[in-house]
Write a protein of this length. Structure first.
Length: 247
């Protein structure tokens, strides 16, 4: 049977039998992979800890009839421990890997892999508020999947912005003429924060006010869940700290 190697982020695992696990991974070159890791639940396993959620590994596998088989795993990014000890990091990381798992196979590109690795690395190091890292990831992952929200021109008619209305089902911000009755409004400062999150302008993000951070997070969550067509369960447990400096 042919073997292959790839870099992969572990998204989730399921028990299989008494000692095995089914591991779902987002890989750099082969998209999403589901593989059996035999014996990893035994204490004698040489690579069981490298195949836990939030870990990044160089994995060697061979093609099976239904599921591939993990032969070897070498750690590339041991982010799980630093994420797991902090509730905000853990819930944000859980929402990120859940979102990555929801993507269609056609959307599981190397860019998606690198974006997720960068987000998990930033979370593990505590570089910014966990919810802000999550919000930035969600906006960027939506853009890579072809669902970038309109943050400047009107999503419907293209009229130059900024505009005062924003809706997930509308495609982003819309002008007064295109906004349906009762459309939610968005402040210019929150809209500016969304642009900063999308563009990775972290000085702007870290200096944002708590109300704008909360408003941006609600907007991002609604937008992502609308386009994924079902809720991201982990988002229910994510909190938004006042600021990274308040930790």
């Amino acid at each position: 049977m042919p073997t292959y190697r790839d870099e992969a982020v572990i998204l989730r695992t399921h028990k299989l039998g008494e000692a095995d696990r089914i591991v779902t991974m987002l890989s750099r070159r082969n998209g999403k992979i589901r593989a059996v890791a035999k014996g990893v639940r035994r204490t004698s396993s040489k690579f069981g800890s490298r195949l836990e959620p939030f870990m990044v590994a160089d994995v060697q596998m061979y093609k099976g009839r239904t599921l591939d088989i993990v032969q070897q795993a070498d750690s590339l990014g041991a982010y799980g421990a630093d994420i797991a000890i902090d509730y905000e990091r853990f819930t944000a990381a859980s929402a990120m890997v859940e979102t990555a798992d929801r993507l269609n196979e056609a959307e599981a590109t190397s860019e998606q892999y690198l974006l997720l690795v960068g987000g998990l690395r930033s979370l593990s190091r505590g570089e910014h508020a966990a919810r802000s890292i999550l919000d930035s990831y969600l906006l960027r992952v939506m853009a890579l999947s072809g669902w970038a929200p309109a943050l400047d021109d009107c999503a419907r008619c293209g009229a130059p912005g900024p505009h005062r209305h924003f809706g997930a089902q509308l495609g982003g911000s819309v002008c007064d003429s295109c906004a349906p009755a009762g459309s939610p409004r968005i402040s210019s400062s929150t809209l500016g924060l969304l642009r900063a999150l999308m563009g990775g302008q972290w000085e702007t993000v870290d200096a944002a006010s708590p109300p704008d951070l909360a408003a941006a997070s609600g907007t991002v969550a609604a937008y992502a869940q609308w386009h994924l067509e079902r809720g991201i369960r982990s988002l229910e447990h994510v909190t938004h700290p006042p600021s990274i400096g308040a930790r």
